[in-house]
Structures are given as structure tokens and as C-alpha cells.
Design a protein around this ligand. Structure first.
Ligand SMILES: Cc1ncc(COP(=O)(O)O)c(C=O)c1O
Length: 395
């Protein structure tokens, strides 16, 4: 196929990023307060952010952490996952979902994904459950919640459910918010997510005892927080350290930014939903491109709009399509990766790509196209034109 500039782009070539955070004056002003007061590590702003986040996600407790990765690690550690335990995870997810299991010296047990939803294939879970299975990490990938009713039908009660809700702030399953669908959940505020604090994460749970353990563990295992020590009447107090902890504390500048970002979450998702529907309407004529489907009766978080290029029908291999789009100023990315195909996992566990064919296919053929809250109607139309232009080359 001959390379050319888009002929049907009415304006000049655009540069459309795959994702851009919406940050500005409000976040800047909010972050001034901790900077001026001098309380810059976990303090009142983090506490306010946690309270608002817990309320929005219908969870009893929310604990801010440094990332979703540390949040997942904290959740596993809080549940007592350790050597000899098995943790079930989907094979198509960001590497962190698997790495955190290894940080706890436990064994990740991969299950294939369903390419129609990008989520764990529920029908393949039961065969992987053993008497060593302590937990499952389900991933609401790209913002689409896992089918929880179907999951509970196949999962024994003793297996704890951890939601990797990195992509699913504000999403819901049949009206129940992400973050309160299992035993514990972790969210990400990396800039590619719907709301951001630069880096950062949040853990939510309805379990009082687990919340207390995780609260202690995120602060080195100390029985007293910095705030309790500094604002209490007994200046000589030093905390006790009776569990092995970490330093996963969020800064108060991030907390202040998180409060502002959270207040915009629903507006961001509503806008993304509108444009996801627009893409669906305008791109459904492309026979070689499968578009993401929201789960009926549930709210998709639309962290990303991830398509699947059908290698048998597409005019070009996926990577060449991505290159052509990039040349025309449209950034795309693979959805995410199949963890069992990553070098560390291949070398240490001897996986072959075909061990999880659904994940392999998603690894090789998914393509996220731009969807974020700084795009205009013209930007969306430009992306659509770029894809239709490629489609017009199909024999
Ligand atoms: C599914 C999933 N889990 C975990 C993570 C890790 O999040 P963080 O970068 O906040 O550690 C990501 C980040 O991309 C993710 O997409």
C-alpha cells in the first residue's frame, strides 16, 4: 500500500496524543497549600482525599499509596499472602499485576483472557484453583469491570478477591462501584489513567481489620502515624513496629491534587463515554477492527479505547497500521502486554506464547486509539478519518 498523507483531513496534519492528563490552575493552586504550610508528606490533604475517594467508591476505607503497584503489594501483604500460596491472575495485564505476587514470594497462576472483553476468562478459572489458592487478582482492564456474578459462581469462598482497578476509577458493575466489588482493591493515578496525581494509588476495602493492618504496613509497620505523633500530647512517644512494613505513603501535594482531580472524575468519564460511543458509530463499518464493548447495565470507566485488529482481514499487519497512523499524527499503543510472553517470565517459568492464546492474540493485535479529555471534535474526526483512510485500501 502506497504511503500518503491523509487526503480527507480537511485541516493540516494534527498531532494527537494517545493520552493527556487534564491538569492546570486548580491543581496548581491546591498544591500550594501543603507547600506553604510545610506539611508535605502524608497528612490532612491525603486524609481528605481518602475520605472523598472512599465515599465516591462506596467503600468503608480508602488508603492512599504511592502507586497501584504498591497498593496491590500492600493488599497481598495485608491478606498474609506469602511463600507457598498461589494467586490467580489474568495473563493479559500490566506486568505489575504479576510482579506483586512475586514480591510476596507467592506463585502467580496465569489464566487466559477472553479477547471479547480483555478480562480474565471466567470459565477457565475453576481448573486453576487448588488448596494453595489464597487469592485472585481480577483486572478491570481498560475500565470494563469483570463479570462479578459469573466470577462468584466459579470461585470457592475461601479465595480472596483483589480488584486491580488501576484503570477503573468511577466504573461500576451493575450499579456497584469498582473498589467495593471484592475484598480489597487498588487504583492507579498514573497520568495515563482518568484521574492523576502524577504517580500515586489508592487501596479500598470494607474490611476493618484489613484496613488497619494495611494502614500500619504502608507506614513502615508503625503503630502510630506521623500525624498522631506530631499532634498528640505526648511528644516522647515512639511507635512500636510489630509487623514488617513498607514506606508506601503518598505526599500531601499529591493528596491536594487528588481532591481536585476526583471532583472531575464523573465529568471525565461522561465525556469519554460520549466519545467512545461516537467512535463506535463511526468506526463500526471497518470489518477488520473489533471495537470495545461495554458490559450491559454497567458503567465503563473508559481509561482507554482499545480495539482489536483482525490479522486475517486487515489490509496491513497491526504494527504497520500503527506506523501509518503515527506518520499521520495519530498516536496509538498496544492495549497492554501478555505477561507470560515477557522475557523475565519466559526465562524463569518457561512459558510459551501459545500457552494462553487469548492473551497472545491480545498482545499481538490490540491497538488503543486516542481517547482523553483534552481532545476536540476535530481531533476525534481526524482519528476516524485516518482509520477510514486505511480501510479504504482493503480490496
Ligand atoms: C492493569 C494495571 N495494573 C497495575 C498497574 C500499575 O499501576 P501504577 O503505575 O500506578 O503502579 C497498571 C498501570 O498501567 C495497570 O494498567
Amino acid at each position: 500500500m502506497q504511503k500518503k498523507q491523509l487526503k480527507n483531513s480537511s485541516t493540516t496534519k494534527r498531532n494527537i496524543a494517545i493520552s493527556l492528563p487534564v491538569t492546570g490552575e486548580e491543581e496548581w493552586q491546591a498544591m500550594r497549600e501543603p507547600l506553604m504550610s510545610g506539611w508535605i508528606t502524608q497528612g490532612p490533604k491525603v486524609a481528605e482525599f481518602e475520605k472523598a475517594f472512599a465515599k465516591r467508591h462506596n467503600a468503608k476505607h480508602a488508603l492512599a499509596v504511592t502507586s497501584c503497584t504498591t497498593g496491590l503489594h500492600l493488599a497481598l501483604a495485608g491478606l498474609g499472602v506469602s511463600e507457598g500460596d498461589e494467586v490467580i491472575i489474568p495473563a493479559f495485564t500490566w506486568v505489575a499485576t504479576a510482579n506483586v505476587v512475586l514480591y510476596c514470594n507467592a506463585t502467580p497462576v496465569f489464566v487466559d483472557v477472553d479477547p471479547a472483553t480483555y478480562n480474565i476468562d471466567i470459565q477457565k478459572i475453576a481448573e486453576k484453583v487448588t488448596d494453595k489458592t489464597k487469592a485472585i487478582i481480577i483486572v478491570h482492564l481498560f475500565g470494563r469491570c469483570v463479570d462479578m456474578d459469573a466470577l462468584r459462581n466459579v470461585l470457592p469462598e475461601h479465595v480472596k478477591i483483589i480488584e486491580d482497578a488501576a484503570c477503573a476509577a468511577g466504573a461500576d458493575y451493575k450499579g456497584q462501584t469498582s473498589g467495593a466489588l471484592g475484598d480489597v482493591a487498588a487504583f492507579s493515578f498514573h497520568p495515563r489513567k482518568s484521574i492523576t496525581t502524577g504517580e500515586g494509588g489508592m487501596v479500598t476495602t470494607n474490611d476493618d481489620a484489613l484496613a488497619e493492618t494495611m494502614n500500619q504496613m504502608r507506614n513502615h509497620g508503625a503503630t502510630l502515624s506521623e500525624e498522631q505523633r506530631h499532634h498528640g500530647p505526648r511528644p516522647y512517644l515512639l511507635p512500636e513496629f510489630d509487623v514488617l512494613g513498607f514506606n508506601f505513603r503518598m505526599t500531601d501535594m499529591q493528596g491536594a491534587m487528588g481532591i481536585v482531580q476526583l471532583s472531575k472524575l464523573d465529568q471525565f468519564i461522561d465525556e469519554r463515554s460520549k466519545w467512545a460511543a461516537y467512535y463506535t458509530e463511526k468506526l463500526e463499518s471497518i470489518k477488520w477492527l473489533t471495537l470495545p464493548q461495554p458490559l450491559e447495565g454497567s458503567r465503563h470507566g473508559w481509561q482507554a479505547f482499545v480495539t482489536h485488529v483482525n490479522p486475517d482481514k486487515a489490509p496491513l499487519p497491526r504494527n504497520e497500521i500503527m506506523e501509518r497512523l503515527q506518520e499521520n499524527g495519530v498516536s496509538t499503543r498496544p492495549g497492554t502486554h501478555a505477561v507470560h510472553m515477557l522475557k523475565y517470565y519466559v526465562e524463569n517459568y518457561g512459558f510459551k506464547p501459545e500457552d494462553f492464546p487469548g492473551a497472545q492474540s491480545c498482545n499481538d493485535n490490540t491497538m488503543a486509539i486516542p481517547l482523553h479529555n483534552r481532545m476536540t471534535q476535530e481531533d476525534y474526526d481526524y482519528v476516524i478519518s485516518a482509520l477510514l483512510e486505511i480501510d479504504s485500501c482493503v480490496e
